[in-house]
Design a protein around this ligand. Structure first.
Ligand code: HGY
Ligand code: MN
Ligand code: MN
Length: 434
């Protein structure tokens, strides 16, 4: 990436168009909410309308088809690869050149809002519409994409499609992953009609830029309008299978129990105590998002538990320390409670640093346009972290309302903030593709 040449040539900020691309705020907002209506549900806790488009379900398939229709309406050449990733290509003056990619995901967690992932895909689509309106053809082709199962919460590992595209996960492994009902990725891709033929491994793009909501409180709390993302923290997902002995809740004395549920509870408390100790840095986060007791009946001591441990840490060494220490803890706990504990890593990515050059292009546009911005590390995983391994990559964050809550139907950002993010995305793409 010879950003220096682009910057020196003055094309760096396409002064004529910097942050003035005719992004249509209302059209972007309407597309976000039209997509959010697919897989919609009424959240019983908040009473709000949320989004449930788990990867490769019928709802995800319907969302995929809607976005593909929009891609085709804008004249993008659409292709589907063998892991179900979808690419919409906008020709450039020289189509032999490596494209600039932008995109994200449209699969969601079961309690999602309208923005996570979708803003990046529909923001990229809006950039193509704005370039058409401005009658701009870039030197390089541009591709807008969405990747399969970024969330990872149906088939167990996150960034599935982008990890396969960028070579971190082999296709066969990805195809073989199964959900809680034993249904495999490959079967679901075939069932919903997204088992494409295009080779899933892509040649290195010229650059990759992703627009996403921050999903945290920082930008709004500090009064910034956009964030230039410096990278992503380390992620560790483990699935624990704890086996004790089911027993009668009334007749079994406490000292004779081998209570798998109590073991899971002790591990959960230990995680919070480890964080409170500060030994793993102030940013360490731990979540036991999944906890399934068996036989899950009021009068039976749980004989078996499946639970998950999600650890996040910006520092790789401290993440390794935390994984080592919590494993040592549950090994000793297994002895103490006379249960067996087996752990399986289902996702593990080191911290990722994004391209300084691409960050500089983004920041340059924001500075030129007087947009209040700061550099910020991403607390959440993103498809961009996979592309950072194969090409210059960075992200743009849009602030969220309500403390930036996400993975909750209350997730919200304003139409103006989304359009501002899309303008920044468009200007960055214009620079990188010129
Ligand atoms: O879990 C994550 O960080 C992302 O939402 N997949
Ligand atoms: Mn996301
Ligand atoms: Mn998410």
């Amino acid at each position: 990436m010879d950003c220096g040449r682009i910057m020196r040539s003055g094309l760096g900020h396409n002064a004529g168009l910097a942050m003035t691309l005719p992004i249509d705020e209302a059209r972007l907002w309407a597309s976000l909410h039209e997509l959010a209506a697919i897989g919609q549900y009424r959240d019983e806790d908040t009473g709000l309308l949320g989004v449930n488009r788990l990867a490769l379900t019928d709802a995800d398939a319907a969302g995929r088809r809607q976005v593909m229709r929009w891609f085709e309406q804008v004249g993008l050449a659409v292709r589907v690869d063998r892991i179900g990733n979808v690419y919409g290509r906008r020709s450039g003056l020289d189509d032999s050149l490596a494209p600039v990619l932008t995109g994200s995901h449209i699969d969601s967690v079961p309690t999602a809002g309208a923005f996570d992932g979708c803003l990046g895909v529909l923001g990229g689509l809006e950039v193509c519409r704005a370039l058409d309106a401005a009658k701009v053809v870039t030197r390089r082709p541009i591709e807008v994409c969405f990747f399969t199962d970024e969330e990872g919460c149906r088939f167990g590992t996150d960034m599935l499609g982008s990890a396969v595209a960028c070579g971190r996960l082999p296709l066969e492994l990805a195809w073989s992953l199964v959900d809680r009902d034993g249904i495999a990725v490959k079967n679901e891709l075939a069932r919903i009609g997204f088992l494409g033929e295009v080779n899933e491994r892509i040649g290195p793009p010229h650059a990759y830029v992703e627009l996403h909501i921050e999903q945290g409180p920082v930008l709004a709390a500090e009064g910034f309008e956009l964030g230039v993302v410096t990278g992503v923290q380390a992620i560790s997902w483990q699935e624990l299978t704890i086996v004790g002995k089911s027993a009668h809740a009334g007749t079994t004395p406490m000292h004779l129990r081998r209570d798998a549920g109590f073991a899971a509870a002790r591990i959960h408390v230990q995680l919070h105590e480890m964080i409170a100790s500060g030994r793993y840095g102030a940013e360490m986060r731990a979540t036991m998002g999944r906890l399934e007791l068996a036989p899950n009946r009021v009068n039976v001591v749980p004989g078996r538990v499946l639970c998950t441990v999600d650890l996040r840490n910006p520092d790789d060494a401290r993440m390794a320390d935390a994984e080592r220490d919590v494993a040592a803890y549950w090994r000793s706990l297994a002895e103490e409670l006379r249960v067996s504990i087996e752990a399986r890593h289902t996702a593990r990515t080191a911290s990722v640093t994004f391209s300084a050059e691409v960050q500089a292009v983004i920041a340059g546009h924001l500075r030129d346009a007087g947009v209040r911005h700061r550099h910020i590390l991403s607390g959440a995983g993103h498809d961009a972290q996979e592309f950072a391994a194969i090409c210059p990559t960075a992200m743009i964050f849009v602030p969220g309302e309500h403390d930036g809550i996400s993975h909750n139907p209350r997730e919200y950002s304003t139409a103006a903030a989304c359009a501002r993010g899309a303008r920044a995305l468009g200007s960055t793409i214009l620079t990188l593709a010129s």
